[in-house]
Ligand binder design. Structure first.
Ligand SMILES: Cc1cc2nc3c(=O)[nH]c(=O)nc-3n(C[C@H](O)[C@H](O)[C@H](O)COP(=O)(O)OP(=O)(O)OC[C@H]3O[C@@H](n4cnc5c(N)ncnc54)[C@H](O)[C@@H]3O)c2cc1C
Ligand code: FES
Length: 255
């Protein structure tokens, strides 16, 4: 897929809570057909501390409006600066980058699992599955009920399960301890979140022959396979997370 560098107009900057915000972006030219799991390299302007672009997933796409959204968690200087962007300002992106989650076969039972900012690529993924005749279950983990975001959007895609660490909503604990793992049978799991979470789900899937794809969030610099700073040690040798990933089948990882 052709990559482009674009100045996109910020149509909206919606604050969801203290940590998360969504930028809705419009291009002057027709946006490409995105694949779920792909990301953009976002330039953070006017800051000496944020020389490198920040990798951010495609969160949602509206082809009719010619817009797409990115969901960002404020964790440092770059994301904090992006959170202050105003409607009408321009944001420079290189996109779409990386590979994508695979499309399940018809009839497969699919569980989508996300935790923290790892939920970012999963809304578009869920919509993509639904548009292709797959209705997934969705399991989302948050620290507490005040941090739950976009619950209703996910409910339009499939059945949604939630965990909170303090038990203020859904089941108490981490996503990996949710009862859905013991009460329902799945053919495939698609995950994005902390490595520890994805490794636990991988360990659950492997002995049961459940297909498991994860989205790695390795640190990145160039995002286009030139600097090798995002290399992951796989059973196929060293792979770049930015071009060979960020989506990997766990059987290809040395987990
Ligand atoms: C393919 C990919 C897709 C991503 N998609 C999203 C997304 O949709 N939404 C989102 O909020 N974040 C996403 N991230 C993570 C995001 O890129 C980082 O949080 C961001 O670059 C941090 O920039 P910063 O300047 O705010 O933080 P910095 O000041 O650079 O760092 C602040 C803290 O965040 C940590 N950090 C920096 N980069 C990463 C990273 N890649 N992964 C985990 N921790 C990191 C640092 O170690 C440090 O502790 C993605 C990462 C990758 C690789
Ligand atoms: S980020 Fe440079 S090679 Fe992947």
């Amino acid at each position: 897929m052709t990559k482009r560098i674009d100045d996109l107009k910020i149509v909206a900057n919606k604050r969801l809570n203290n940590d998360f915000f969504i930028l809705e972006l419009r291009s002057d030219t027709k946006i490409p057909e995105f694949k779920p799991g792909q990301f953009a390299q976002v330039r953070v302007d006017d800051s000496v501390d944020t020389f490198l672009r920040r990798p951010i997933s495609i969160h949602d796409v509206d082809y009719e409006k010619n817009t797409f959204k990115i969901l960002i968690q404020i964790v440092g200087k770059g994301t904090d600066k992006l959170s202050n962007l105003k409607t009408g300002e321009l944001l420079n992106l290189i996109y779409p980058l990386g590979n994508s989650f695979s499309l399940p076969d018809k009839g497969e039972k699919v569980l989508i699992v996300g935790g923290g900012c790892g939920i970012a690529p999963l809304l578009f993924l869920g919509k993509y599955f639904k548009a292709n005749g797959i209705t997934p279950d969705i399991l989302l983990g948050f620290r507490n009920s005040a941090r739950i975001i976009e619950f209703e959007e996910y409910r339009e895609i499939g059945e949604v399960f939630v965990t909170t660490e303090d038990g203020s909503e859904g089941e108490k604990g981490y996503v990996t301890s949710h009862s859905v793992f013991s009460t329902r049978k799945y053919d495939r799991m698609c995950c994005c979140g902390p490595d520890s979470m994805m490794k636990a789900i991988s360990a659950f899937c492997k002995p049961r022959n459940i297909i498991c794809e994860v989205s790695l969030e390795n640190l990145m610099a160039c995002g286009i396979g030139a600097c090798l700073c995002c290399v992951v040690d796989s059973v196929k040798g060293n792979l770049c997370t930015c071009i060979d990933g960020p989506i990997f089948n766990v059987n290809d990882l040395k987990w």
